[in-house]
Design a protein around this ligand. Structure first.
Ligand SMILES: NC(=O)N[C@@H](CC(=O)O)C(=O)O
Ligand SMILES: [Zn+2]
Ligand SMILES: [Zn+2]
Length: 422
């Protein structure tokens, strides 16, 4: 099977991309190939398929929120071709058996490459680490208890040793429960004004400090999920300078909104970690720009309409992000002139691919034809009706942005095409 994508920009040059048997066969100006399929790129920009190391597909067990098909279609709509799926489903992916089932489900239902996390401990909360060796053998991409911090130092220490042995990242949702106090918002004037229970940012940084000590001792690749505070990035900066094998991701919402923008009791502004202070947000941006933070990941966390209505007190934590991440990042960082498109591609494709050892992140001959065509010049409004995710829980609805996915190819096959949504 041969496909020719005509008329697309790669590094600001108008070219054609020839795809043969799911791989990129040529990037040049030639047209005289006898191909099975021609796609007119209409002078959009071709990017290496984006990579998201943090998504919640809710399948099995919570499919009223999302399922593998809808979640992966949402990823493809957002320009992602490879994603890493979190294990906090029902049943939790905490045994080799559950992992095998999950891998089969991903393979059968996902329209993008869906890699699978395994849990660090049973039910994401037990003390004893899971069977890292066997789950590594089966194909777990990394290990995490996302949704829960690992409360016990010994659990984390043993888990890091096991992850090091497996040569897989240990991914941490850093949150010390003893500093949460039932909070639904960051400690802030806004929370006080709204009379909502507050959680301390120290919950994140204090546990992170512990983990960095353990990461140093074990030599594991320790990856911080959804980093959110100024003190956390300072700790990562120091750890990196000392040669500790640590990486970090930040989500678009923590870069773009903060607790000073929470003016009403709005469940769409509730997520974990919570939106932090303007000072934290500035520190996250600086850390992303100086390389302390390695990548952007969405933490796509779909919930039902009912779960995201009413007061922040009772709503579920989390917002969707797959279908808005690239546009938001492109608009606020590239269109605004802070970085160039190549830097954004590093944050959203090559860095996550390289650091998680995924075969992705390069738009080059010989690589898998995981390609995203983006229309970068026409503004559009974020509209929940356009989401392919079952979750419509986004605080960015109505925002005008640039960077609309025209086409997403995974191994040369169409995973998303503008105008073809159901
Ligand atoms: N981010 C969230 O607010 N929620 C996530 C869990 C998590 O990422 O910690 C979820 O599973 O809904
Ligand atoms: Zn988390
Ligand atoms: Zn998460």
């Amino acid at each position: 099977m041969k496909t020719l994508i005509k008329n697309v920009y790669v590094n600001q040059e108008l070219v054609n991309i020839l795809i043969e048997d799911g791989k990129i066969a040529a990037i040049n100006n030639e047209e005289n190939e006898s191909v099975d399929q021609v796609i007119d790129g209409q002078k959009t920009t071709a990017l290496p398929g984006l990579v998201d190391v943090h998504v919640h597909f809710r399948d099995p067990g919570l499919t009223y929120k999302e399922d593998t098909e809808s979640g992966s279609k949402a990823s493809a709509h957002g320009g992602f071709t490879s994603v890493c799926v979190m294990p906090n489903v029902k049943p939790v992916v905490d045994t080799p058996h559950a992992l095998s089932e999950q891998l089969a489900l991903n393979k059968a239902k996902s329209v993008v490459h869906a890699y699978q996390y395994a849990a660090i401990s049973k039910q994401l909360i037990a003390y004893k680490p899971t069977d890292f060796a066997e789950m590594n053998r089966l194909g777990a991409i990394a290990f995490t208890n996302d949704g829960h911090g690992v409360q016990n130092a010994e659990t984390m220490y043993l888990a890091m040793q096991a992850a090091k042995e497996a040569n897989k990242p240990l991914v941490a949702h850093v949150e010390d429960d003893s500093l949460i106090n039932g909070g639904v918002m960051n400690e802030s004037d806004a929370a006080k004004r709204l009379g909502l229970p507050e959680m301390s940012p120290l919950s994140e940084s204090s546990q992170l400090a512990r983990d960095l000590v353990l990461a140093k001792a074990t030599g594991v690749h320790y990856h911080v999920a959804h980093i959110s505070t100024a003190e956390s990035v300072e700790l990562v900066r120091i750890a990196k300078a000392r040669g500790i094998n640590v990486t970090a991701e930040v989500s678009p919402h923590h870069l773009l909104i903060d607790d000073s923008m929470i003016t009403t009791d709005d469940p769409m502004m509730k997520m974990n970690p919570p939106l932090r202070s303007p000072k934290d947000r500035k520190a996250l941006i600086a850390a992303l720009l100086d390389g302390t933070i390695d990548m952007v990941a969405t933490d796509h966390a779909p919930h039902s309409e009912q779960e995201k209505s009413g007061s922040m007190r009772d709503a579920s934590f989390g917002i969707v992000g797959s279908e808005t991440a690239f546009s938001l990042m492109y608009t606020h960082f590239v269109k605004n002139g802070i970085v160039d498109l190549n830097q954004l591609i590093k944050w959203m494709s090559s860095n996550p691919a390289n650091l998680f050892h995924l075969p992705a992140g390069q738009l080059q001959v010989g690589q898998p034809a995981d390609i995203t065509l983006m229309e970068l010049d026409q503004p559009y409004q974020i509209d929940a009706n356009d989401f392919l995710s079952k979750g419509k829980n986004s605080p960015f609805i109505g925002e005008q942005v640039y960077g609309k996915t025209q086409l997403t190819l995974v191994d040369g096959n169409i995973a998303y095409q503008d105008g073809s949504e159901e």
